[in-house]
Design a protein around this ligand. Structure first.
Ligand code: UT7
Length: 332
């Protein structure tokens, strides 16, 4: 039986810092509202002269490879979680493969929004367990900022989302590793958090950009209250499911790394699981919600800060558009 183990972590954030104060100058919002409702103080937004989803992912990958003491050539397979690929097609996986100078290895894009990284990790884990691949690069990278409605009309999403990239190197191992992953979805709620266009199921003329007068369908739409309500329930359910599947208890968790959707959601889970502040890693204050990138960025920072030790039990959990939700338990 092969297990897979994370042996390297990396991240890359755009340099461009967007503060709550700046947002208050371009829409009706204020620092107090944003901090109180979300915990976010600032986020990073891409610089079109420098950043692409694929090149941020490549920088995160190089950091992860260096920490794993491996080179690009050791990667057998790329699994790339993003809902904001550089092109409508092909996905950003192949662009990352090109950036890394790798020839012909497979690259798979995963489009499961905020749960995307755990879905990607799960896919990679299965390929390693079957023995098909030995070293898999799992990436989450997003540029959300360019799809936001940066006006008062879009303020419930414009203040939340940010850009960035995180990467992990997963390698076959005799010892665990990833103990289990748990994936779910409920498509009844697809339109509660979505970007409608460029969607395919339209009359021909509506899919032609020159015909589009109202471009709001290209922007992120979120029913924040509804998403929040489901998020707190499903986060807890999927964490309990992972613990039960491994005969473990909440007391066994050393570090919880939740998807960074809202500090209030993280705090709610922390309270329910009776974890101390040092047992939950949050960086939403500095980066906002970076969708599929948030967990690998947080993991990379937590590791660099010495918060993850040998034999620790790590719990990852996420909830987002779809709705989709997911968890993973990892023995470090
Ligand atoms: O990562 C994927 C999963 N995403 C999530 O889990 C996000 C879940 N949802 C949330 O985090 C929260 O619902 C939000 C942070 C988006 C919103 O917080 P809320 O406490 O649910 O606020 P609300 O939407 O109920 O809005 C309360 C008020 C409204 O004004 P009225 O109608 O009470 O006069 C909004 O118009 O706050 C207003 N508002 C704002 N005010 C200042 C909404 N956005 C802003 C803003 N600045 N940026």
């Amino acid at each position: 039986m092969h297990y897979s183990k994370i042996i390297g972590l990396g991240h890359h954030m755009p340099e461009n810092v967007i503060t709550n104060e700046y947002l208050s100058t371009v829409m009706e919002t204020n620092n107090e509202w944003i901090v109180e409702r979300t915990g976010i103080k600032e986020r990073r937004w891409m610089d079109p002269a420098k950043d692409t989803v694929a090149n941020m992912a490549a920088k995160a990958t190089r950091m992860a490879l260096e920490r794993a003491k491996l080179s690009e050539k050791d990667v057998d397979f790329i699994v790339f979680a993003t809902i904001t690929p550089d092109y409508f097609f092909p996905g950003s996986g192949v662009l990352l493969q090109r950036e890394l100078g790798l020839e012909s290895i497979p690259a798979l894009d995963i489009r499961n929004a905020c749960s995307g990284f755990i879905y990607a990790l799960s896919v990679a884990d299965q390929f390693i367990k079957t023995g098909m691949y030995k070293t898999v690069l799992v990436v989450g990278a997003e540029i959300q900022s360019t799809a936001l409605d940066i006006s008062t009309r879009g303020r419930n999403t414009a203040v939340i989302f940010g850009d960035g990239a995180g990467a992990v190197i997963l390698r076959a191992s005799e010892k665990p590793g990833i103990l289990s992953t748990h994936l779910h979805s409920d498509g009844r709620f697809a339109e509660e958090l979505y970007v409608k266009d460029p969607g395919s199921s339209r009359p021909h003329k509506e899919r032609q950009p020159e015909q589009i007068l109202d471009t709001s369908s290209f922007k992120v739409v979120m029913n924040g209250n509804q998403v929040f309500k489901y998020a707190v329930v499903k986060f807890m359910e999927v964490i309990q499911e992972a613990l039960q599947a491994n005969n473990l208890k909440k007391e066994d968790i050393n570090l919880l790394v939740p998807h960074q959707a809202n500090l209030r959601i993280s705090q709610y889970i922390q309270e329910k699981l009776e974890l101390s502040d040092s047992q939950v890693y949050n960086n939403i204050m500095r980066y906002g919600n970076t969708t599929a990138a948030s967990i690998p960025i947080a993991l990379s920072e937590a590791w660099a800060e010495g918060k993850i030790k040998e034999n620790d039990l790590l719990c990852l959990a996420a909830f987002g558009s779809g709705f989709t939700w997911a968890s993973a338990l990892i023995r470090w």
